[in-house]
Design a protein around this ligand. Structure first.
Ligand SMILES: [Zn+2]
Length: 81
């Protein structure tokens, strides 16, 4: 069962929520301040759910280098440490 992490936008409290059914809409509120304003925290440690049957590869949105290695080139103005 997937466990999602959320961070409350009001008090920055991070809490986890276990979803029995990922398609199910559940009532979530912050256990600290009961705010319903929160954002999803993507935890690298949590294991990736396969979406869809057949165990298709999950889409990983990471930096992918375009031809020319533009993603490796950082032209940042300012002093270097
Ligand atoms: Zn809160």
């Amino acid at each position: 069962m997937p466990i999602f992490e959320f961070r409350c936008l009001e008090c920055s409290h991070v809490f986890e929520k276990l979803f029995v059914n990922s398609n199910e809409e559940v009532d979530i509120d912050c256990p600290e301040c009961h705010s319903r304003s929160f954002e999803r925290v993507v935890s690298r440690a949590s294991h990736v759910m396969g979406s869809g049957p057949g165990g298709s590869r999950p889409t990983v949105t990471e930096k992918s280098c375009a031809p020319g290695n533009k993603c490796m080139t950082l032209d940042l103005p300012g002093p270097t440490k």
